[in-house]
Design a protein around this ligand. Sequence first.
Ligand code: FAD
Length: 819
Amino acid sequence: MGSPRVVIIGAGIVGTNLADELTARGWDRVTVLDQGPLPLTGGSTSHAPGLVFQTSPSKTMTAFASYTVEKFLSLNVDGQWCFNQVGGLEVATTEERLSDLHRKQGWATSWGIAGRVIDPQECAKLHPLLDPTRILGGLHVETDGLAKAARAVVALTQRAQSRGAVFRGSTKVVGIEHSAGKVTGVATTTGVVPADIVVSCGGFWGPDLGALVGMDVPLLPLAHQYAKTHAIPELAGRNTELSEAGFPILRHQDQDLYFREHIDRLGIGSYAHRPMPVDLRELPGGEVTVDAMPSMLTFTEEDFAPAWEQCQQLLPCLETATIDVGFNGIFSFTPDGGPLIGESPAVAGFWIAEAVWVTHSAGVARSVAQLLVDGRSEIELHGCDVHRFEDVQLDRDYVSETSQRNFVEVYDVLHPLQPKESPRNLRVSPFHVRQRELGAVFLEAGGWERPHWFEANAALLDQLPRDWQQPARDAWSAKFHSPIAAAEAWRTRTAVALYDMTPLKRLEISGPGALALLERTTTAKMDKSVGAVTYTLALNSAGGIRSDLTVARLAQDVFQVGANGNLDLDYFRRQAGADADVTVRDITGGTCCIGVWGPRARDVVAALSRDDFSNEAFKYFRAKRVRIGGVPVTAMRLSYVGELGWELYTTADNGLRLWDALWAEGQRHGIIAAGRAAFNSLRLEKGYRAWGADMTTEHNPYEAGLDFAISRGTKDFIGRDALTGVSADTVTRRLTCLTIDDRRSVVLGSEPVFLDDEPVGYVTSAAFGHTIGAPIAYAWLPATAGPGTPVEIQYFDRRIPATVSAEPLVDPEMKKIRS
Ligand SMILES: Cc1cc2nc3c(=O)[nH]c(=O)nc-3n(C[C@H](O)[C@H](O)[C@H](O)COP(=O)(O)OP(=O)(O)OC[C@H]3O[C@@H](n4cnc5c(N)ncnc54)[C@H](O)[C@@H]3O)c2cc1C
């Protein structure tokens, strides 16, 4: 039997790249269908100006972009370029932007892209249309440039065809045929095309295509303005029809603008206008031409007028110029700005790859091809997986509001902790009312309101011992932070605190097949006594960490799994498949969890219960059903902050009563409510990893320092074979603990780390360690960088000295937590 029959819907830059990637891997039964004519289909790619700025806060997105550059450089049609590497220049007209460009240059370094922040004169030398007196500097990335997307489509189509792929234009997909939950074909206006796998690369038509299998595709089509000037004398004779452009592509993000040359004219893209959502039923019809297509709406001059003034202020040559043509082009935005990759939960074999820019198209296509052919992508995809969203985030109004917000903020300087302003209060724990009474400052994640600190604890700052006092932070790291976190950390380490752990994803895996499922999918031994709690990992077939989990065996056939997010739910459901012996349920919303942690935790819970909470009767990493303050509770003796204590789970209806009972009893013991800021600091002091930030599928357990979670027995599990021969001694990189020498310098994550002046890694998580009185950063570094090694972290435009430290920094003998 040959390769599976694949139908790709959409012959834009994503669909053609995918056909190329699949056929390059030997899959030769690939058919690409498009409703429009070929090769100019009328989708977003057909008019894309093709600016490729590679650097982004996301390592994955940057890797996608670099691959696009590398691949497009190797393509041509009749000798004509598909990538013109003119470089990229992002200029600053405000101090805030200039400093953000330094931050961005740091990301570039972290992700392996060379870039330099340069002064105004050098900017003007590179891009002589700039007046150096109007800017403060710029970030120059030599390897950025222009993708000729419409030509790349032709090159990719030709290459895929030469390997057997079939392309059919003017063929609209109107239905997905499936049987027994599996794709069997695609219904089109010209008949049915049989298929084993269908990949929708339908761009902003994605929601309509997803609807054909009942799949929510959380993207919003939005219009974005692009205009071309008449010929500009300053450009006369500089470029030819062939080269089109010679100056770097240019971004003026302070005014939401970007620029490129079109021979002797300038093209201008603007995000400075109001968000303009598009109703797919109102797309222009008629024949597709270069100037008229469904993805091009009429230019609304009044929306462009303020942007035009800003263009003229930046580039003096435009003061006498005029706009020739413009259009409002349509493309996709999503609730968090990331692309959408993944398989339908209901119809196996139906995949999507949507909300993808030209910039990331080749990288996304390569990863999707790897998922289909090898079952996993080399580059980690958790920020791209369509299943990352919670149910509440799939609501159409939510998608619309958040995607429009992303349009508005597309070029804004965004702090890593910056919360959404709206929609808020989508999901609240049962303790929310009490948290508000205590002055909780909430940030948002997954639709949940999560307290970061409590203003009520400000009074504790006066009692804070000197060695717990944190020096003032710089303005950036002080944003969305409060010194109150220090007081909350102090009380946790010296008395007791309540942490709301409700938003953490909880699954219940039950049934006669539950044990076998968990044994197969996770690394640690699962067949333990009822009441055992186990920290374990789910790996992919290459031994990469797809999640870390805390599994409690609550009954012979009932396991509660503390997970990282919706991707875990999706994973376990898929792994369970049609097995009637296993049920995988998301119990997060119907339950709640309080972490009661600190040396006085036992005093608080024991006083409220007839159950035995002594060290002998209730051991570390054990779970029991108990009653606390009359509330039925599943108590697990665990702590992410490294103190004595329990995670107390109950149903949502009982939550408030549990909180109130603990709170009332705790008053004698100095109890406080504490937030995520203190939590993050305490967990780093204990060396507890956060999946997604500290490690992903790109890292194996030995590299991440989590090999203790791997069974030493004969148990077989997904990923085991790939770890044969791997050990802590063979790894070449390690997740490493750093302490920062200057107490005032707190970094936030993703900054590059230098060893002997060479960039060798990047920061994953960071916080001020209140117990140790120094900032902490975890970073991926060469395994040779052992404790005591001096390194430097680049923070904006400066280097901060740090030292590799033995971990954990607090209570390495585990005396506190096991007391
Ligand atoms: C004005 C503007 C400027 C932009 N500038 C840039 C830029 O500088 N850099 C950058 O990286 N990105 C840019 N983008 C974004 C970029 O153009 C898109 O993200 C990208 O082209 C999307 O590619 P795609 O293949 O996913 O979608 P498309 O190119 O839209 O392809 C989807 C295809 O699916 C087909 N299709 C849909 N429904 C069906 C159906 N039912 N049956 C059959 N076929 C169907 C469509 O006809 C279409 O051809 C810009 C977008 C706009 C609007």
